[in-house]
Design a protein. Structure first.
Length: 211
């Protein structure tokens, strides 16, 4: 809703316009910083994803060999029990954006001794499949640790772009139009008041007087 054209409202509109201009500048700086950071993280994230896809192909190929060698029932019988994986999460902040970094607290790949099963009992095909999937788990955590920051920064970048667009395309122009309209109205009032005063003075001075 447009405010009445008064000098007080004109001053307020000018202050708001100045705040909007500073907000746009800050958002532009934030957007540039986020874009730089996004490009820095995009390549490692893409590489981590590619390594994960490659390892997944190797792991499932090893699983097929283990199934061919042992059969489904025997392979499940010699399967290792599930275990708990501990992942450390470190949080950083980039221009107000919270970024989580994931890291395993212990290696996922284990030796036969750590698994607690003799190699003779297991067989090389099953052992190869187990090692391949443990490595795949490491690759998945690595990929998640690189993709999460990329996703967070991309979301923040989209949000910042929308905010800057609203200030630049809607709020800023509306305030400038309000300022121009108020200035014109006040100037017109001043001219009318000046003419009114001149007419009053002319009437008081009498016919033939110059004001």
């Amino acid at each position: 809703m447009r405010q009445p054209a008064t000098r007080m409202n004109l001053m307020r509109a000018r202050r708001r316009a100045a705040h909007v201009a500073r907000g746009v500048e800050l958002l532009q700086r934030k957007r540039e910083a986020l874009v730089r950071r996004l490009f820095e993280l995009a390549r490692p994230a893409a590489d981590a994803r590619a390594r994960t896809i490659e390892q997944a192909a190797r792991a499932y190929a090893a699983l097929l060999r283990a199934l061919a060698s042992h059969g489904d029932a025997d392979l499940q019988a010699i399967g290792w029990p599930t275990r708990e994986l501990r992942i450390a999460i470190e949080t950083g902040v980039i221009w107000g954006v919270s970024i989580a970094q994931l890291e395993t607290t212990a290696p996922l790949r284990r030796t036969f001794e750590a698994r607690g099963t003799p190699p003779v009992t297991v067989g090389p095909a099953a052992a190869e499949a187990a090692a391949a999937f443990e490595e795949l788990a490491e690759r998945l955590i690595e990929a998640a640790g690189t993709e999460l920051p990329v996703r967070r920064i991309a979301e923040a970048l989209a949000r910042t772009t929308r905010q800057a667009h609203v200030l630049e395309q809607r709020i800023g122009p509306a305030l400038r139009a309000e300022i121009v309209s108020a200035q014109r109205t006040l100037e017109e009032r001043e001219r009318e008041e000046h003419l009114r005063v001149r007419r009053v003075l002319a009437r008081r001075a009498g016919p033939g007087a110059r004001v």
